[in-house]
Design a protein around this ligand. Structure first.
Ligand SMILES: Cc1cc2nc3c(=O)[nH]c(=O)nc-3n(C[C@H](O)[C@H](O)[C@H](O)COP(=O)(O)OP(=O)(O)OC[C@H]3O[C@@H](n4cnc5c(N)ncnc54)[C@H](O)[C@@H]3O)c2cc1C
Length: 459
């Protein structure tokens, strides 16, 4: 369908988070004229309320753990106290510098940055106040927001990750509702800062999207850290007063703490924005697309968290870049969600790509799985961390899943994603040399073992 009015831009993007701004930057690089509409802060959830601030908190938590555990390494040290104002100021400094850099990037590419709340008022038109931006193409990138449960109102001592990132006092005890990625990351931070932490998860295991062996290892590690995880536990209700919050489970059990962090997932920000009226097909609030990020409406694309699938910043970046290149006629290759690396930055860290062992068995029938224990890895011993690298391969075929847990294992996901996306065979990787002593060697050792020539491992 042609635009009803003369286009003002080649591309109008609604939402300036990871998906939207990546699309804007790449499109401008390719010579397209771009309008980018943002109602809050350029950078979206990832920069202001997600990836960056949470990882800053996790780093402060690691510093606290290192100080507390200094004696293990013969370094006498202790934690006096956690100065939350200082932690917040460090976190805000990191965010602020990146925000400034991003604003500079957008300005330098001559992108028409439009501040304000936008609405898809026609298939090719985004209206912001009294300004109508008409695109030859429109990209919907309005992201996601924290969900709650029916009857569970956010306020006071009941917070989501958004409010938790601004709290300037440290709770003595926290109930974390939800044992997914966001829940276990915050549980890890609060525990490192000295709080008593209880996770309530309705599913049978923590980080249920990960391989079962990883969930078990995380639960074991959290037990050692004295984080209580109640799995298979269903929330019934919560109440609060001036001094505490009480959660009642369906089993009748009650839990009391200073703070309740609700981390039960994120839902799309896609209603009331004119999408349905413009004829965009949606499902449970998400915008549906094909593998080329196209909605069912001609020239209207969608990227990032509003599209069903992994809610990750780098998926948003990749989809945004893909759409810009597609519109510019570069015919990029569609993105395979399974080929997107996943990291959970709690302590111990979790990193994975591809299929879990159970998913691989469902897809291929018989598979081979191998677990290399970090006990045999020199650098992991130096760091005093435990965990493993688990490989899943098709019988006589390529590796279809890599799952890792242990301190700093997120840093290994770069090689893991190359292996997965290149559909490497164990022999291909086993012939590559991994530096000693690094944790990266654990990945190399796992492949040596899977190729039938284990070095620091039993076959
Ligand atoms: C606590 C937390 C930790 C996370 N940690 C990680 C991590 O470590 N790694 C990772 O990869 N991902 C992480 N994520 C997920 C990541 O933040 C998201 O996947 C990513 O931000 C999605 O990008 P997006 O562009 O789809 O949406 P968003 O980043 O949500 O951006 C959407 C933008 O659209 C704007 N907008 C919405 N409606 C309108 C409108 N009507 N008009 C104008 N503008 C509008 C919003 O203001 C927002 O800026 C985390 C998320 C959270 C909450």
């Amino acid at each position: 369908m042609p635009a009803t009015a003369d286009p003002t831009h080649d591309l109008v993007i609604l939402g300036g988070g990871s998906g939207g701004y990546a699309c804007a930057l790449r499109a401008a690089e390719l010579g397209l004229t771009v309008a980018l509409v943002e109602k809050a802060k350029l950078g979206g959830t990832c920069l202001h309320q997600g990836c960056i601030p949470t990882k800053a908190l996790l780093h402060a938590a690691e510093v606290a753990d290192n100080a507390r555990e200094g004696a293990t390494f013969g370094v006498r040290s202790s934690v006096d106290s956690i100065d939350m104002a200082g932690v917040l100021s460090y976190k805000d400094g990191v965010v602020g510098r990146l925000y400034k850099g991003l604003q500079g990037l957008i300005a330098s590419r001559a992108i028409d940055y439009v501040e304000g709340e936008g609405r898809l008022s026609a298939p090719h038109t985004v209206t912001v106040g009294d300004r109508a931006l008409v695109g030859r193409h429109v990209v919907l990138a309005t992201g996601s927001a924290a969900k709650s449960l029916p009857g569970l109102e956010i306020g006071g001592r009941i917070v989501t990750s958004e409010q938790a990132l601004q709290l300037d006092t440290l709770p003595g005890s926290v109930i974390v509702l939800g044992g997914g990625v966001i829940g276990v990351e915050f549980a890890s931070v609060y525990r490192s800062f000295g709080a008593q932490v209880t996770i309530v998860e309705a599913l049978p295991r923590l980080v249920a999207a990960e391989d079962e062996a990883v969930s078990k290892a995380l639960e074991r590690a959290f037990r050692k850290r004295k984080i209580t995880a109640l799995t298979g536990a269903r929330f019934a209700s919560a109440s609060q007063d001036d001094s505490s919050v009480t959660v009642t489970l369906e089993s009748g059990k009650t839990l009391t703490a200073d703070l309740l962090l609700v981390a039960v997932g994120r839902g799309p920000v896609a209603s009331g924005l004119g999408y349905e009226e413009a004829g965009v097909a949606m499902d449970r609030g998400f915008v549906l697309t094909d593998e080329r990020c196209r909605t069912n409406v001609d020239d209207v694309y969608a990227v990032g968290d509003i599209v069903p699938g992994l809610q990750l910043a780098h998926r948003g970046f990749a989809q945004g870049i893909f759409v810009a290149e597609d519109i510019a006629g570069l015919s990029p290759r569609p993105i395979d969600d399974l080929g997107i690396p996943r990291v959970t930055y709690c302590d111990p860290e979790i990193a994975s790509i591809g299929l879990t062992e159970a998913q691989a068995r469902e897809t291929f029938g018989e598979v081979t799985a191998y677990e290399y224990n970090l006990g045999g890895n020199g650098k992991s011993q130096i760091l005093q961390t435990q965990g493993f690298v688990k490989l899943v391969r098709q019988v006589d075929g390529p590796v279809v899943g890599i799952h890792m847990i242990g301190a700093r294992m997120g840093e290994q996901v770069g090689e893991a994603q190359l292996i997965y996306n290149w559909e490497a065979f164990p022999d291909d990787v086993a012939s590559l040399i991994h530096a000693h002593p690094t944790q990266n060697e654990a990945l190399g050792e796992a492949f040596l073992a899977l190729a039938g020539k284990p070095l620091h491992a039993h076959a």
